[in-house]
Design a protein around this ligand. Sequence first.
Ligand code: ADP
Length: 259
Amino acid sequence: FDAHFGPYYGNGWKQRGVIIVLHDITDIKRLENMRSDFVANVSHELKTPITSVKGFSETLLSGEVTDEETRRSFLQIIYDESERIDRLIRDLLHLSRIENKVSPLNIQDVDLVRLIHTITNTMTKAISEKNLEVTLPPSTESVIIEGDPDRLNQILLNLIANAITYTGEGGSIRVSIEITSSNVRVSVSDTGIGIPEEYIPRVFERFYRVDKARSRNSGGTGLGLAIVKHLVESHKGKIELDSVEGEGTTFTVIFPILQ
Ligand code: ADP
């Protein structure tokens, strides 16, 4: 709130009015809050693995642990936690590059069916360990869209990896493609743990996780869906989420067909 009084120049010129300038600071305040929440979240996410790296290396350095097996298990924890820090920083840099639109899209013709098969092939170990039944569009077909191959890969990789992570032993995952007159819809469905209704609107937020412990154990940073949403939007697409707790989840990415 600023109040500027009209100038009074002496020589008979009288003050005639008051100008009141109101600045709407709600947007600025909201941005500031978002920024400080973000910094608090990042600090917290980094603090957990760093505390662990510090603690275990201090114990090793003290020379108190003489048993070789215990030493190795401590070193493994230090290694895993450093990997976690590395992953977190990579995801953060990635998110900031997308948000600041640093690198332009490298638009090419991309075959979605081939992409889905390539991604799933890299996940066969996790799929067979959990004994999941996976249904994909037939590899004899092709669905070509215009997009950035690396980014489309990242979108589908995140969605398929989440479907695997959040589905229990013996469950099913289905990736399907539907083409309408105006768009291409790619759905990733699973018969996993689902997302409680009240959390559905929040899962695209940075660092938001329904079950922090579960996500952390599976190596998640809580940034995957935030990155996916940005990447989909950079392709002028939309992402929808349908989920029933205890039954399963479907993420659908909708890409417009460019005329
Ligand atoms: P994370 O690294 O924790 O997986 P994401 O941003 O990819 O982070 O997902 C955010 C949260 O959304 C997850 O922690 C999980 O709670 C929920 N989620 C994502 N995908 C699924 C899914 N297919 N089924 C159930 N919950 C999911």
